[in-house]
Each structure stands twice: as C-alpha cells, then as structure tokens.
Design a protein around this ligand. Structure first.
Ligand code: GLU
Length: 310
C-alpha cells in the first residue's frame, strides 16, 4: 500500500503571513496525527510575481514554526517534463485548443461584459477545438474543453459541493504563452506525480479543486482527498492582507520562539483553552479537526497586539 502523502505548497510571491501559518500548521498536525508523508513543494512557476529570495525565507519560517517535511524540497519550476507530457496527452485526446485572445477580448465577447470573472465559454471555442493536436506549441495559451455539467467535490472539512466549472470559469487555461504550465495543470500533475493523497489548503481554492479534478480525470490520474480550511480575514471581512496591519510571520520570528504564535493559532483553531505558549508538537497532539471552526476567523489589531506581548 502506498503511504498517504500531503504537501505544503507555498508560492514564493511574498512573505508568509498568519493565514499561511495557520494552514501549514493544521496541515502538518493532520499529517502527524495520521502518519502522512509531508512534501514541501515550492510553487515557483508563477513567474511575474515570484520573488526568488522568499524561497529561503519561507523555508526558514516554516522551520521556525516547527513544521517539517520528509524529503528534499521540490522546486516546481525544475520539474516541468511531466507537465509537458500531460499537455501532449491532452492534445492527443483532443481536449485542448489554442487561444490567443486576450482577457479583454474574451471579456468583450461575453454576455456578462463588465463582470470581474472572464469566462471562456464553449460557444467561444474556435473551430479547431476537439481536434487532435500531436504536439502543442509551448508558447501559446492552451485551454481545456470543459464539459458541461456539475463536478462533484467531496471535501473532508466542508462536505459535498456541486461545482459548475463551465459556468463559473469556462475553458480554463492549462498552459500559458510564457511556455509554462498554468496553475491548474501544474498542481494537478505534481500532486499525482508526487503521490499526494491529501491536499490541505485554504478554502479560497475550493473552486480550483473542481478544476484540478477535471484535469486529473482527463489525464486518468487519481483525485486526492480535499481538506479546505476556513480563512483568516481582516475586520472588514476581506482576506487578511497588508492593509489590515502587519501580520507577516517575520514580525514575530526575530529572536523569539514560535510558541506564542502557535498558542494563538491553537485558540482560533478549535482549542480556545490553549495555554499562552505551545509547541508545534503539542499543537499536533491537541488539535482536533472536528472542532476546527467552520467560519472564517476575523483577526483584529488586538490579536496582533496579544501576539506582540512576550
Ligand atoms: N501555491 C498556492 C498558494 O500559495 C497553493 C496551491 C495549492 O495548495 O494547491 O496559494
């Protein structure tokens, strides 16, 4: 039997913040409790936003938090061959088509002009969609022919979802004209290649689970178990970010232990009576996913101030 495996998959696009720390700590605790292998995969193919110097910082901050992994760190950008093969497979199956239209052009042709989300509809497909493509050129955008109908996603934290990918986002990109795989393809292929059985991440990525499931099914690859966790938000209800004050882990790292931060994360993760300090191992012993609040957590200035106290 293969070992159950999970992955920590940060994008090195900026500093780790409190929300990342909560997700990674819970992910790691679940892995410890259930005997999963842990992989650290740095998702560095989102080129324009990648800041290479944050790769080392991310690694250091995870160590500081007490979160560890079992294998050498995998840099997504150095292992693109399986993604090339996957693109070829989709081409051979007639499931992708090239699309050179810009977001603005797609938006202009859509009946929902003005909406934020740009949908590449089946009705917009070029005549060549569905043709077999022997070797897709790598410097073009390729979109997946998304079938109509609902995708059923079972999530261990949030239950069953029926997601209409065709209506929500339409034919999403699996390859970009920058000659790199798009996020949905890269994640699906890498999860399958690395034997990931359990994906734990923020629930802003739940819609992506449906898209990744479609990619995996098209490629005949296994679908992992999904665990989507509620998010941390600012007092205005928006996803926790710089505008809500400095919630970067770096604020608490320098010269301190992570025990107060972990205690704080424990208190907002179903352990309201956690002591003032806690190690990652103590968190993993006490954490109970069934008690994790289902709602997003609002982080206030008072929380940040509590964290600042020694
Ligand atoms: N790299 C993504 C991020 O940092 C997460 C991708 C995933 O968990 O599938 O937002």
């Amino acid at each position: 039997m293969t070992t159950a495996t999970t992955r920590l998959a940060p994008s090195p696009t900026g500093a780790l913040h409190l929300g990342n720390a909560r997700t990674f700590l819970v992910n790691w605790a679940l892995a410890k409790q259930r005997g999963w292998r842990v992989i650290l995969r740095i998702e560095d193919i989102d080129h324009p936003r990648v800041k290479p110097d944050t790769i080392d910082t991310t690694r250091d901050e995870l160590h500081w938090l007490g979160v560890h992994w079992d294998e050498e760190v995998a840099l997504q950008s150095t292992q693109l061959k399986p993604c090339h093969d996957a693109l070829n497979t989709l081409g051979h199956k007639g499931m992708i088509y090239p699309c050179d239209r810009t977001r603005a052009e797609l938006a202009a042709s859509a009946p929902n002009e003005g909406d934020q989300q740009v949908i590449a509809r089946a009705s917009d497909r070029p005549a060549c969609a569905g043709d077999i493509v022997a070797s897709p050129e790598r410097d073009r955008t390729w979109r997946l022919c998304v079938p109509p109908g609902l995708v059923h996603v079972h999530d261990e934290c949030t239950g069953n979802h029926h997601i209409d990918v065709a209506a929500d986002c339409g034919d999403f990109a699996v390859w970009t004209r920058r000659n790199v795989p798009a996020y949905q393809l890269a994640v699906a292929v890498d999860d399958a290649r690395q034997g990931v059985t359990d994906v734990v991440r923020g629930d802003d990525l739940l819609p992506s689970a449906a898209r990744q499931q479609l990619v995996l099914e098209c490629l005949g690859l296994p679908v992992p178990r999904w665990w989507h966790l509620p998010l941390l938000r600012g007092p205005d209800g928006r996803r926790l970010a710089k505008r809500h004050g400095d919630s970067r882990i770096a604020r608490w790292c320098a010269g301190r232990s992570s025990e107060r931060l972990i205690a704080f994360l424990a208190r907002i993760s179903g352990l309201p009576d956690a002591p003032d300090t806690m190690t990652a191992s103590q968190f993993a012993e006490a954490f109970d996913v069934a008690r994790l609040p289902k709602e997003d957590v609002i982080i206030t200035e008072a929380h940040l101030a509590w964290l600042d106290e020694h």
